[in-house]
Design a protein around this ligand. Structure first.
Ligand SMILES: [Zn+2]
Length: 395
């Protein structure tokens, strides 16, 4: 990529703004409490709104509480960039906030440098991504609202920069990762019925041990996932035996299982294998069993052109770059149902997130933001030209 015409971001302003936002709603231990709709959350949004106004931009709230900003007197279409401004209770200072501040930095840099793309970028600080309040119904509130809003018709795509929130990038020595998609998540309850009996007098081969069925399935989960797709993952996070006594063979058992994979077809495969294996194990243990799917969030696959573009700009900035699947949910998954979407990750030190131990070295925060700007310049040109709009772009 020819970076000659691409302006450099203001690294000092990026880091100073990030520090400023991280102090709004921070406790004495540095953990951030900007829970959607609380006082600190609104204070954070008002600061974002004010900062963009001071920069000479048109900043506004929508009815949901999302804060948008763009150049004054522009008519679009716009490429949307941003992330969420809320946190979990006791969250870290980078989850969401980094993507918001980076987007603000990118637009201000383009605006100040007079880059032609400045007219075609809009920033967003989403409302209630985390979904920790009873009213929020699972989160992703602001992004979901946009998918139903006519404003989405004025947008050509969405790019979100985020911290990885896991240990994969650091472990592989990566500085930037284009994100190919977001895993789908399915949850199940596995219920087993056997026969309670005296644990001393009943020999192993004459038991109908419900606990043994649940345990064997919990233990088999790792192999079932890995055989279906080495990038899939699963968890048996709950297990209960009834009646629950050391001298009683369990007559009932219940397990809660969660699986995550990048494609719906992989989730289907794992689910089918879970059912087959359960039927087989239940027969072997003289029990009956049922697997009920209790929830399903579909996998999101990002726009290939955008992912390739992000990949391209990342590789021109660093060799330590590999694509990654996101194992955590993001607003980008919702937006991808409506607009061409891609994401970009920077590493999380130690893999910590949703805690005050969240950290990413400054060098990588700056690099990620510059890569976002590069991607914006490249992506906007691509999308606007695809749409056939009469826009001449220098980059
Ligand atoms: Zn987040």
């Amino acid at each position: 990529m020819d970076t000659a015409h691409i302006p450099g971001i203001n690294a000092q302003r990026l880091l100073t703004d990030l520090t400023h936002l991280s102090q709004i709603g921070a406790g004495p231990d540095g953990a951030v409490h900007r829970i959607a709709g609380n006082k600190a959350d609104w204070a954070g949004r008002d600061w974002i709104d004010k900062t963009m106004r001071v920069a000479g931009l048109h900043s506004y709230y929508d009815d949901t509480g999302n804060v948008f900003a763009r150049r004054k007197a522009t008519e679009g279409p716009w490429l949307l960039i941003g992330s969420h401004a809320d946190t979990v209770p006791g969250g870290g200072h980078l989850d969401g906030a980094y993507g918001v501040i980076a987007a603000m930095e990118v637009l201000r840099t383009l605006h100040e440098s007079g880059h032609p793309m400045a007219d075609h970028v809009e920033t967003v600080a989403w409302f209630d991504e985390e979904g920790v309040t009873p009213e929020s119904n699972g989160g992703l509130v602001g992004s979901t609202a946009l998918t139903r809003d006519p404003h989405a018709d004025e947008l050509v795509g969405y790019l979100e920069l985020h911290v990885e929130q896991g240990p994969r990038m650091e472990a592989s020595g990566l500085e930037l990762s284009p994100v190919t998609g977001i895993v789908g998540v399915r949850r199940y309850t596995l219920a087993v019925r056997g026969q309670e009996n005296h644990a001393g007098t009943t020999p192993f081969h004459l038991r109908a041990d419900a606990g043994r069925v649940a345990s064997r399935m919990a233990a088999a989960l790792r192999d079932i996932c890995t055989e279906a797709d080495p990038f899939s993952i699963g968890n048996a996070g709950v297990i209960e035996f009834g009646p629950g006594a050391a001298n009683v063979v369990p007559g009932t058992a219940r397990t809660e299982i969660e699986i995550r994979a990048g494609q719906e077809s992989t989730l289907d495969l794992i689910e089918a294998e879970l059912r087959d294996r359960l039927a087989q194990v239940a027969v072997e243990e003289s029990c009956t069993a049922a697997l009920d799917r209790t929830s399903a969030k579909p996998a999101a696959q990002f726009d290939k052109r955008l992912v390739d573009t992000v990949d391209d700009v990342c590789r021109s900035r660093t060799e330590a770059c590999e694509p990654l699947l996101s194992y955590a949910g993001h607003d980008a998954s919702v937006i991808s149902t409506r607009l061409p979407t891609a994401m970009l990750f920077v590493p999380s030190t130690g893999g910590f997130s949703h805690s005050n131990r969240e950290h990413t070295p400054d060098k990588q925060l700056v690099l990620g933001t510059q890569a976002l700007l590069d991607a914006v310049v490249r992506t906007s040109a691509l999308l606007l030209n695809t749409r056939g709009d009469d826009v001449i772009l220098a980059a």
